[in-house]
Design a protein around this ligand. Sequence first.
Ligand SMILES: Cc1ncc(COP(=O)(O)O)c(C=O)c1O
Ligand SMILES: N[C@@H](CCCC[NH3+])C(=O)O
Length: 494
Amino acid sequence: MGAEPALFAPSWLTYPQQPAHLLRSIWMPSFKRAESGELTVDGTPVSALVEEFQTPAYVFSEDTFRARATEFRSAFETAFAAHGAEVSVYYAGKSFLTTAVAKWAEDEGLYLDTASGGELALAQRAGVPGERIALHGNNKSVAEIRRALDYGVGRIVADSVPEVQIIASIAAEMGLVAPVMLRVTPGVHASTHDFIATAHEDQKFGQSMAAGTAPLAGLTVVELNELGITAEDAYATVAVALAHRSESIDLRGLHCHIGSQIFEADGFGAAAQKVLTYMQQLNERFGFVLPEIDLGGGYGIGYTEQDAPRGSAEIATELADMVSKTCANVGMAIPHLSFEPGRSISGPSGITLYTVGTIKNVAIEDENGDTRVRRYVSVDGGMSDNPRPVLYESDYAVTLANREPAGEQILSRVVGKHCESGDIVIRYCYLPADLAAGDILAVPGTGAYNHVMSSNYNYLTRPPVIATSGAKAPRAIVRRETEEDMLARDLGLV
Ligand SMILES: Cc1ncc(COP(=O)(O)O)c(C=O)c1O
Ligand SMILES: N[C@@H](CCCC[NH3+])C(=O)O
């Protein structure tokens, strides 16, 4: 492996050969090669999947999803139980949600984090009980809040002072008491792409815990005085005071989420430390004991051989030790803990299958000024089924799936079929020299933030999601979109 990360400074001389074997940090045990060399998913050869469901297609292993959900939950429960604390795990539906997935998560003992009225509607359709659901969002509509309260969700995570006010007034009008968590901004740096980091101060989520931010809360001095808030207080304290005063809000605790696709433990630990310390200050100030803290999700997964994801047991043990130490230091009992993993459960459970179309060579100059050839391999999908490369410069791995990727390997770039030069599926990979139109490629790690972020760009129809498991025949849990589906929304010459 080269000294520099190949993803950002690819060197023709140093970029590692894509291993023909399937790295287990990227490919879960559901994805195996048969003796023939063909890739299988939970025992079904990809050629059979492609024959029945065509490409592009997301293939999602129910077995892997269930195993990862249970593994995460048990790891966190066990690690915190060692300190006498209890844990609830909320599966973050924003990463991948269908009726079947909501049910699998519930079967495995997970609660469900929803991020909009639409996700909530899906959870309702799946029959997830209200008390097992959380509703998130930084700009919830009145209808979304009403729907959540009507369905009896276990908690609404309020993002700001105005949201606390709106939730309080809707709950009062409905004659209910709304269970609320307050999202705070821990002000720590999370090492991930800027667009998916959410813990620093200058972004849209949460309320600041920093002293002296209360005057930014939008209340008049008289209103702040009435709440007992001074200019030295934090913005978040204003929200807590409002929630505390309201008879239609049951304040359950604080919430924070530092971002997504994070490997280092430091950010999670630092955030937990800051929020717990602030929580104890609130407990003392308001004379209550907030019963719960939610530390969000964000645990990174392996996309390429450059990534080294950590196991849930290791993360959980580290966090539990950190939380227990902080609580002892600030003199509080460990509150109920909750977590919201999305990608770490759904991401590695899914792959995307594409069919190879045109293959062409382009002459380019390498870093030494020598002319080289880059092989462009086009597939039948692209940024409409996976916008992550174009949004976050995300890197993925790929393997030839319908047969053994044997023989000479050639540095290649896999691109989509959209009308954009940035429509790149895999920037750098080695694929066999004899790759040909009609071959099937499999891209791992597409179980999270792919199907849910797909689009109809260039009027491509969105792929189906095929669920696999050792116990059942593969079946579509989301059907392929048809041209009729797309065209039906165009109202013609009105
Ligand atoms: C509040 C909240 N919880 C949970 C998640 C899930 O994150 P991830 O899929 O990275 O675990 C997100 C997304 O970043 C989020 O915003
Ligand atoms: N959509 C992002 C993650 C956002 C997480 C939700 N707050 C991704 O694909 O990585």
